[in-house]
Each structure stands twice: as structure tokens, then as C-alpha cells.
Design a protein around this ligand. Structure first.
Ligand code: MTE
Ligand code: MO
Length: 257
């Protein structure tokens, strides 16, 4: 969910910039064409913008509206582009909200993936059990909002297969992820079930290295980098939007790429 940073003063430019950031491409283009103004934001949201709270409320409405538009535009049958292995970016970039020296150290032998919420079978999973499920691989492009993208190869279990194994309520709205480094995020169920969404255990044919999310990450080629959680510790199915580490600081929740 969108929580804009506190707006100190009613600085028109800053507000318009925040509204634009909260907007997905098609509406952003429309607004840029029409020259978005505070008046426009006020018309769009039906909010009177006369103090900080009302501006926050208006921005929140824009963002919630965006999530709905993106969810509506999302085509669960459309595949993200795939690439030949010769196009893999080497070395693949590392990114996290901390430096590479602070990557969590996880003991795979004692590791157990927790499963919870609206699922029939809450038994935790060892890595061996996950490796015993059918494995697939993909070469896709990871796009980070910070302005870089890179092609990589991930292998693991189709996430839809995993959700079936745990008896997830597939009519629920969200799947949430808790990570070993205190990162967290959540996705919509249609994206969770999309054919390329993968519970990844390997990178480039090797066990997923620590910096890329050992012991597992969720690879979602239809979503931006911040919606791809690394070092997953717990997965839960819910109808209450769990938000996310960046999403709760203002990044768009749907985060389509
Ligand atoms: N657990 C965890 N997952 C995370 C992050 C993080 O800080 N912690 N950063 C996200 C962001 S913003 C990006 S761009 C990608 C980076 O993944 P990479 O290191 O494999 O390139 O991880 C995403 N998943
Ligand atoms: Mo990112």
C-alpha cells in the first residue's frame, strides 16, 4: 500500500512529482501530455488539497487507483520475454537495502521454509523436499526501479505447483513473503499463479548463491525487482494486503514491469 513520505509544505512541484511516481506508465503519459497540476490531482481524486493530510489522502487514492488499474490490465496468460543464454549479464548485479557484506548467512541443512495463512497443509519444507519437486528454468530480464536491468537464469519450482502442494486457497487475494534479512513483500494471486513465477533454488545452474537470495527467492519476470523477494523464510496466503518493505515507503504495490 502507498504511504507517501510526510509532505512538509504544500510544494506544488513535489506533490505533482510524487503523484507521477505513484502512477503506472499509461496514466503517467496521459498526465504528462495534459500537464498535471495540483488542480488536476484534486479533480482526479475528488479531494480538496488545502493541507498536508488532504494531499496525502489524494496521493493515496492515486496509488490505490493505480494498483487496481494494473491488476485489471494484467494478463495472466501473457509471458514475459525470454532470452538465449548467450545474453546473460555477467556478472549479474547484486542489490539489497544493505551492502553485500551484510548478506544473511543461512544454514541450508537446518533450514525450514514456513508456510501459513489460508493453506490446507502448514508443514514446513526442507530444501531437499523442494529440490524433489519438478524443476524448470528460465532466462529472463530483471528490471530494478533504480534504473538498471539484467538478464539472468533461474531454476526452481513453478510457484503455482508449490501453491497446489500446500493446498493454498487459490481464491485468496495475496501471497506474502517474510525474508531472513527483514525484507518483506507481497503479490496478487493472479501473478503468483502466472506460468513463469518461480520459487527459485538455483542461479545459472548452481545452487542460488548467498548474494542472490540463498536458500530461495521468488522470481517474477512480470514484476519489478523489489517484488522479487530473496532469502525467503516464510510464505503465507491471505486476504489482507501485507504491503512490503519498499511498498510501505511509497513504491507502487502492484509493481508490474
Ligand atoms: N530479501 C530481500 N529481497 C530483495 C531485496 C532485499 O533487499 N532483500 N531487494 C530487492 C531489490 S530492490 C532488487 S533490485 C533485487 C536484487 O536482486 P539481485 O541481488 O539478485 O540482483 O532483490 C529484491 N529482493
Ligand atoms: Mo530494485
Amino acid at each position: 500500500m502507498f504511504k507517501p513520505k510526510k509532505i512538509q509544505t504544500l510544494d506544488e512541484q513535489a506533490i505533482v512529482k510524487a503523484a507521477l511516481q505513484a502512477m503506472p506508465q499509461p496514466s503517467r503519459r496521459l498526465f504528462l501530455q495534459r500537464g498535471l497540476s495540483l488542480g488536476g490531482l484534486s479533480l482526479l481524486t475528488g479531494c480538496t488539497l488545502d493541507n498536508e493530510d488532504s494531499v496525502e489522502r489524494a496521493l493515496m487514492r492515486v496509488s490505490t487507483f493505480n494498483d487496481k488499474v494494473q491488476a485489471w490490465l494484467f494478463n495472466p496468460n501473457k509471458l514475459a520475454p525470454t532470452y538465449p543464454e548467450s545474453m546473460i549479464t555477467r556478472p549479474f548485479p547484486f542489490n539489497a537495502f544493505y551492502g553485500i557484506e551484510d548478506v544473511p548467512k543461512i544454514n541450508g541443512d537446518s533450514f525450514q521454509l514456513e508456510v501459513g495463512g489460508l493453506v490446507a497443509n502448514k508443514r514446513p519444507w526442507t530444501l531437499a523436499q523442494l529440490h524433489a519437486l519438478p524443476q524448470v528454468s528460465q532466462v529472463t530480464r530483471h528490471i530494478c526501479v533504480e534504473g538498471w536491468s539484467a538478464i539472468g537464469k533461474w531454476g526452481g519450482v513453478p510457484f503455482a505447483t508449490f501453491l497446489q502442494h500446500i493446498g493454498a486457497d487459490l481464491t485468496a487475494k495475496y501471497v506474502g513473503f517474510k525474508c531472513a534479512d527483514d525484507y518483506y513483500t507481497s503479490i496478487d494471486m493472479p501473478t503468483a499463479l502466472q506460468a513463469q513465477t518461480q520459487l527459485s533454488l538455483t542461479y545459472d545452474g548452481q545452487i542460488l548463491p548467498p548474494e542472490y537470495g540463498y536458500p530461495m527467492k521468488l522470481r517474477i519476470p512480470t514484476k519489478l525487482g523489489y517484488k522479487n523477494p530473496k532469502h525467503i523464510q516464510a510464505i503465507y496466503v491471505t486476504n489482507v494486503n501485507p504491503g512490503g518493505y519498499w511498498e510501505d515507503q511509497g513504491y507502487n504495490w502492484f509493481g508490474g514491469s
